[in-house]
Design a protein around this ligand. Structure first.
Ligand code: GLU
Length: 489
């Protein structure tokens, strides 16, 4: 049995292989997405491989919908695995085979302690105010003594003396006294492998060199090393991976991230919040990792700069406002075509089935100045596709006084005669008109905006005129203008 002092971390110079191993019991959590991102970056930085493993051994809680959501979220973030994903449950036989090898080599044993016996011992320890430590009399029993007609579990023989140190790439060295490790179960009484066994076997068979995961798994690492080292003794080739346990994400208030801090699933960031994957990627990267003062970091730069040892030890705080700011930046950087593609389905879903992509793309330059997410863009674009008569917001309605309607009629007359429907021509025309009437341009622009968009805020008024085009603009103005001047409709 591996005992005495042993430090993990002997992966040497093998090509880097990382993995993201989510349990499909829910959506892709924002914390999970960051774990995936760090695994992806580390592998890319070292020219290695990044693999996916779906840990679906909890049959009752694993669902196909969750698997879909995980693949979907990863693909949205550009974090697809480099090979076909591995499904853990499908490998149960292989896990059991390893348990059999451990049994055969005397590194594991059949334990016939019943749950009543265990409960009694636990109670006794509690009564005597000492920590409970499993000390099964079956640990040293001879295989010949194993009854064949009674239920048993298979436990691995954990070392009893010495200590184990993990040289964690994020947390630094962590040492545990081996006597703290119990002989944990690797095969249940129904013969199914436990999670602890499955992870070790899969990581080894997938050639994983670096285990990068949430720091809630630190304690598991010590147990997993027990199996790994026992197998290495038996057949060699079961090397310790390097571990990097990354801190969890906390809410802005410092508490563990939960539903009340806002959306948790990556799908909500995409769908409800209308964020761009590049913004979420950049935000997650900066959450617990940094490169000088750089805030905006491209994928290429991230790959170049990322190092797991720079990841903060402390928990990072989730800051929604910061994420939204970053998103605003990426919106402004994104191409109009790309944004139009993303906004179009939102408009269709909002009841504008005729929304036109080309027009949307043309409007994007103006819309994105004011927007911080795709919802803002879609809302801002609604006026382009609204049908006459436009529904007015309360504020817009208020603007349309009798006087304003008369001005609209005058604007209509004037613009009907405008031969050139361009930004420059329209601007010159309306400015001249305002000057002639000795009015500020706003006095014309405000009712005009209300008539054209049904709102009191919109892109620049000349842009609106150009985007809507001559016919639609004039028709919208007519619809709101004072009736005595209602000329051509
Ligand atoms: N399936 C585990 C989880 O979702 C991760 C296990 C691991 O990374 O080793 O928390």
């Amino acid at each position: 049995m591996a005992s005495g002092s042993a430090t993990s971390g002997s992966s040497g110079t093998k090509a880097v292989v990382t993995r993201f191993a989510p349990s499909p019991t829910g959506f892709l959590h924002i914390g999970g997405a960051r774990t995936a991102l760090f695994n992806w970056l580390f592998a890319r930085h070292h020219g290695g491989k990044y693999l996916l493993r779906i840990e679906d051994t909890d049959r009752a809680r694993s669902t196909d919908a969750a698997i879909e959501a995980i693949f979907d979220g990863l693909s949205w973030l550009g974090l697809n695995g480099d090979e076909e994903p591995v499904f853990q449950f499908a490998r149960s036989e292989r896990h059991a085979e390893v348990a059999a090898k451990l049994l055969e080599a005397g590194q594991a044993y059949r334990c016939y302690l019943t749950s009543e016996q265990l409960a009694e011992r636990r109670q006794k320890a509690q009564d005597e105010r000492r920590p409970f430590r499993l000390d099964s009399e079956w640990r040293d029993a001879d295989a010949a003594q194993w009854p064949d007609d009674q239920p048993y579990v298979v436990r691995v023989k954990a070392p009893r003396d010495g200590e184990t140190t993990i040289d964690d790439q994020v947390q630094g060295p962590i040492t545990v006294q081996n006597r703290e490790l119990d002989d944990f179960i690797i095969l249940r009484s129904d013969g199914t492998p436990t999670y602890m066994l499955a992870v070790v076997v899969d990581d080894r068979d997938m050639g994983v060199t670096h285990v990068i995961r949430g720091d809630d798994h630190i304690n598991n690492a010590f147990r997993q090393l027990v199996i790994l080292r026992a197998m290495n003794e038996i057949e060699g080739g079961w090397e310790d991976p390097l571990y990097a346990h990354i801190p969890l994400i906390h809410g802005a208030d410092g508490a563990k991230l939960s539903k009340r801090h806002g959306a948790l699933g990556v799908d909500a960031y995409r769908d409800e919040m209308g964020l761009l994957p590049d913004a979420v990627f950049n935000y997650l990267l900066r959450l617990g990792w940094g490169h000088g003062d750089e805030e905006i970091i491209s994928r290429e730069q991230a790959v170049e700069w990322f190092d797991i040892t720079n990841v903060n030890k402390g928990a990072s705080r989730f800051d929604l406002a910061k994420l939204q700011n970053l998103n605003g930046h990426y919106l402004r950087e994104a191409s109009d075509e790309y944004l139009a593609d993303l906004v179009l389905p939102r408009l269709v879903a909002a009841g504008y089935p005729d929304a036109d992509k080309a027009l949307l793309a043309r409007a994007m330059a103006e819309l994105k100045v004011r927007a911080k997410d795709l919802n803002d863009l879609a809302e801002g674009a609604v006026f382009l596709f609204a049908k006459r008569p436009l529904t007015m917001t309360e504020k817009a309605q208020k603007l349309l006084t009798d006087e304003a309607r008369e001005r609209l009629a005058a604007i209509h007359e004037r613009l009907s005669g405008e031969p050139e429907w361009t930004l420059e021509a329209l601007e010159a025309n309306l400015k001249a008109m305002a000057a002639e009437l000795e009015l500020g341009l706003g006095k014309l622009a405000q009712p005009l905006r209300a008539a054209l968009t049904g709102q009191t805020t919109s892109p620049g008024i000349f842009d609106v005129l150009v985007l809507l085009g001559r016919d639609e603009s004039l028709a919208r103005i007519t619809a709101q203008a004072g009736e005595h001047t209602e000329t051509q409709a």
